[in-house]
Every structure is written in structure tokens, then in C-alpha cells.
Design a protein around this ligand. Structure first.
Ligand SMILES: C[S@@+](CC[C@H](N)C(=O)[O-])C[C@H]1O[C@@H](n2cnc3c(N)ncnc32)[C@H](O)[C@@H]1O
Length: 276
């Protein structure tokens, strides 16, 4: 569940994003969000009618989302674990045979692993690992993405199929690079990284939801520093998710690679996972 004790929010661009809600969106939550992120609060609007802000952080009866404004804009983007893609994957997913599970090493151990997801985003990979029994600590440094993920986890915690999974997930706000650099940081079994990769190829932006995500987050230009910190603190391995054809993160060569259709996992082994 969300924990804001490690709080180092970076600034959100107040000329790009504002907070808004539908008539059914929680007014108090909207006010609190606008205040904590120092954003304008537009009150009750229809995103298609908003002209002054290209993106709204929007509260409606389904929770919090980001929405591009104006006519013909793509649909909302939210952290969703109960329904949609993640709901389907939770019910029909391939268990420990999934690529991400293999990369983390879940087939090689029966121990319950503590995974630090150092680039949480909308929490999809973290949720999959928690649904496979891992205890997952998630770091997200972008305050808007953190708010979306906190909202998604809070909604999922109220669902009987998801609550036990969400209990294994702890969300923290701030940079995992800073956390890794703290001298008293406890080692994690596995550190999982999926930083934004700078796509120059426009065809890679097919998914409209990825475009809004990219507008909010930008590129994670410090992934070399993140990998170096993770290699210092992981007990068994560091796993990096990359687009299949992307170069490795600057630093040492991975020990192995697991390749799928569109993504690849670079595995940096430190020592063998415990069998039990
Ligand atoms: C590609 S997304 C991760 C997607 C995620 N794996 C998922 O399944 O939803 C990358 C995210 O990592 C965050 N991020 C990158 N570097 C970070 C850092 N050092 N500390 C915390 N968050 C970071 C970015 O803000 C962005 O939201």
C-alpha cells in the first residue's frame, strides 16, 4: 500500500497538466491532489471541452486517470488491476512460465523473493510479480504517475480477487537512485528496472496511451546510474526490461538475455538464487 515516508516529489509542469473531475468525481480528492501537486483545479469539466491545458488529471466514478483534452483525444490512461488487460492476465496469465517471471528467476527458487521495482510506472510488472508471490516494493518518482498508481492500488485493494496481491505491494514516492545510494538501504533479492527508452522512431509511438505517458515522464536519461546503484544492492540479480532491439543500459554486459516478440530482459546475475 502507498507509503509516502520517502518523499521527494519532482515538479509537475503546471502549464501542461491541471486537475479536473466529472460530476461523480470526488471533490475532496481533487482538491487535495491539486494542492499536493501545485496544479490548477478546474472543477467539474468534460475533458473534450478543455482548451487551456493539453492534459488533465481527471477524477470520475472509475477513479483517477490522465486524459488528453480536446475533441477526438484518446481515452483515459489509468493504473488498472481489476479489469482490462491486467484483470485478464491475472485470470489467464502463464504463471511462472511468463518471461518476466523467468527473468526474475521464479522458476529456480521456491523462496518468496523481495523484489524492488525501481521504475514502477503504472505498476503492471510489479503487479504480475506480486501475483506470483513476490513481495514487491515499488518506487515511482514522477508525482503524476505516482498518484495514478496509488489510486489504482487503492481501488484494487477493495477487490476480493486483488486485495491479497496488493497487500504484497508497497508503493514509495521518490527516486530509487536516491534510495539505493543511502548507506542504510537494505539489500533486495532482485532489483527490477524498466526505464523509459528514448524512442526516436515515430512508429514506435503507436499506442496513444504511451504518448501521454511519455509527455508526462519524458526520457529516463539516468538509467546507467540506476543500474550501477542496483548492482550494488541486489542480493541475487538485477533484471532490466528493454525494447527487444534497444542497446543495453550503459554499464557491464548482462549475464543472459531473455527475448520475446517486442521486449527483452537483460539479466545481471550476482549469485545463484536459493533453491528453497
Ligand atoms: C517504462 S515506465 C515503467 C513501466 C512499468 N514497468 C509497468 O509495468 O507499468 C518507467 C517509469 O519509471 C519511472 N522511473 C524512472 N527512473 C526512476 C527512478 N530512478 N526512481 C523512480 N522512478 C523512476 C518513470 O517515472 C516511469 O514512470
Amino acid at each position: 500500500m502507498p507509503d509516502s515516508t520517502f518523499s521527494q516529489p519532482s515538479a509537475v509542469c503546471p502549464t501542461t497538466i491541471s486537475v479536473a473531475r466529472s460530476a461523480l468525481g470526488d471533490r475532496f480528492q481533487a482538491e487535495a491532489l491539486a494542492e499536493s501537486l501545485a496544479l490548477d483545479n478546474l472543477g467539474v469539466v468534460r475533458p473534450r471541452d478543455v482548451r487551456d491545458f493539453p492534459i488533465v488529471l481527471f477524477l470520475d466514478e472509475q477513479g483517477l486517470s490522465v486524459q488528453v483534452t480536446g475533441k477526438g483525444a484518446p481515452g483515459p490512461v489509468r493504473a488498472e488491476f481489476v479489469t482490462g488487460k491486467m484483470g485478464y492476465r491475472r485470470e489467464h496469465g502463464g504463471g511462472a512460465g511468463q518471461m518476466v517471471a523467468k527473468a526474475v528467476g521464479l522458476q529456480k527458487t521456491r523462496a518468496s523473493l523481495h523484489v524492488v521495482d525501481a521504475t514502477a510506472g503504472l505498476g503492471q510488472d510489479g503487479f504480475i510479480l506480486a501475483s506470483l508471490g513476490c513481495r514487491v516494493t515499488l518506487f515511482e518518482r514522477n508525482p503524476v504517475i505516482h498518484a495514478l498508481l496509488a489510486d489504482g492500488l487503492a481501488r484494487a485493494s477493495l477487490n476480493s480477487d486483488c486485495s491479497a496481491i496488493v497487500e504484497r505491494m508497497q508503493l514509495r514516492e521518490g527516486s530509487s537512485i536516491d534510495w539505493l545510494a543511502q548507506p542504510d538501504t537494505e539489500a533486495a533479492d532482485v532489483i527490477y528496472l524498466d526505464p523509459m527508452f528514448p524512442h526516436r522512431d515515430k512508429s514506435a509511438l503507436v499506442k496513444k496511451e504511451m504518448q501521454v505517458f511519455r509527455t508526462i515522464v519524458g526520457d529516463d536519461g539516468d538509467s546507467g546510474q540506476l543500474l550501477a546503484g542496483a548492482l550494488e544492492r541486489a542480493r541475487y540479480r538485477v533484471v532490466v526490461k528493454r525494447p527487444r532491439k534497444a542497446p543495453i543500459i550503459e554499464g557491464p554486459e548482462p549475464t543472459t538475455r531473455i527475448e520475446g516478440k517486442s521486449s527483452r530482459y537483460d539479466v545481471y546475475s550476482i549469485r545463484a538464487l536459493p533453491p528453497q
